[in-house]
Write a protein that binds this ligand. Structure first.
Ligand code: NAD
Ligand code: ZN
Length: 345
């Protein structure tokens, strides 16, 4: 089969011929139809310090995917050959305290498809049946491929009830834009989105943001003034990983404000802890998706809301056949894009 592979420890990737993955007794093999590119894949291509410390080549990369079930392990029940499905890329141990309590997103031994084991930038991918999320027949395959990042957005945005709240989202990457759509859907009063890119802020506007802030020209304090806000934001979703974004958030939250942090910083940074303490802010880190409550919530929201479905679909701005993966990676790296999809069908 074709597989986009990290062959040796160093920069680069190669589209090579690899054996089709074996299907273990509790596994499912999907024929990949679509796969989404994520920042992680760019880091793996570049081979930065994180990649070097995490990955043992040879390994097929890719962890956002949608496909057709073509093989079932002998122990698998409840999934049929021909089903269409997305995949949860975090594989949990099933034995640690959190796993056994049903809090699988808090597993202490999480392993990632396309990071710690062979991934989905290939014609076929094998995964545990428990990680398969069967989708409705009529789901747009492109949308099926973005359930992983949509799950990040959903997991973060649904941390706290949003009805009537003033919400700010820092970072209008694909996940920040999807989070804006979910905040709108979930009943926020104002949804403000910041980024340094006008291209990306336009996507956020189309997803339902009331106001966008280009941080190269304006601050969140300006946004509050524009909207006539008096007291600060109630809820923040940090989706940039940029230290200045977090600093600006802390200066613009209402007392008792809640900040969910999904964006991953490249290094440690200073915070005004005095303000965090005296303004009684809550900071909560978010990783992955709740297995499988986030999957349930996003599936039902997508199934029942045409505006949300449209808002999420417009985040997909570029589609490339798998052979043109180099162009796809270059586009993703340019930042002049939303979500970039590889077509493996
Ligand atoms: P992305 O890199 O495409 O988007 C980040 C955006 O932040 C960019 O558009 C960038 O211009 C913007 N930005 C940079 N500095 C900013 C600033 N000062 N203020 C506002 N915006 C700023 O990433 P994505 O795929 O949308 O993911 C969002 C973040 O979430 C990334 O940091 C990613 O690493 C992280 N992530 C975390 C998890 C998790 O489970 N915690 C999962 C996936 C992604
Ligand atoms: Zn575990």
């Amino acid at each position: 089969m074709r597989a986009l592979t990290k062959l040796t420890a160093g920069p680069g990737l190669e589209l090579v011929d690899r054996p089709r993955p074996r299907c273990g007794p509790a596994d499912v093999v999907l024929r990949v139809l679509r796969a989404g590119l994520c920042g992680t894949d760019l880091h793996l291509q570049e081979w930065d310090d994180w990649a070097a410390a995490t990955v043992s080549p040879p390994m097929v990369i890719g962890h956002e995917f949608y496909g057709e079930v073509v093989e079932l392990g002998v122990d698998v029940t409840g999934i049929e050959i021909g089903d269409r499905a997305s995949g949860e890329g975090h594989i949990v141990c099933g034995r640690c305290r959190n796993c056994r309590a049903g809090r699988r997103h808090l597993c202490i031994r999480t392993r990632g498809i396309g990071v710690n084991r062979d991934g989905a930038f290939a014609d076929y991918v094998a995964l545990p049946a428990s990680n398969v999320w069967v989708q409705p027949r009529d789901l747009d395959p492109d949308l099926g491929a973005v359930f992983d990042p949509l799950g990040n957005a959903t997991h973060t945005a649904l941390q706290w009830p949003m009805v009537g709240e003033d919400v700010v989202i820092t970072g209008a990457g694909p996940i920040g834009v999807m989070a804006a759509a979910i905040a709108r859907h979930a009943g926020a009063r104002y949804v403000v989105v910041s980024d340094a890119s006008d291209y990306r802020l336009a996507l956020a506007e189309r997803a339902g943001a009331d106001l966008t802030v280009n941080v190269t020209r304006e601050s969140l304090a300006d946004a509050q003034r524009h909207l006539g806000m008096q007291e600060g934001f109630d809820i923040a979703l940090e989706m940039s990983g940029a230290a200045p974004a977090v600093t600006d958030l802390i200066d613009n939250m209402n007392h008792g404000g809640r900040i969910a942090l999904l964006g991953l910083p490249h290094q440690g940074y200073q915070l005004d802890w005095g303000k965090v303490i005296t303004h009684m802010l809550t900071l909560k880190g978010i990783y992955g998706r709740e297995m499988y409550d986030t999957w349930y919530a996003m599936s039902q929201m997508i199934a029942t809301s045409a505006p949300l479905r449209d808002a999420v679909t417009q985040v997909i701005t570029h589609r490339f056949p798998a052979e043109q993966w180099e162009e796809a990676f270059a586009t993703a790296r340019s930042g002049q894009c939303g979500k970039v999809i590889l077509d493996w069908s």
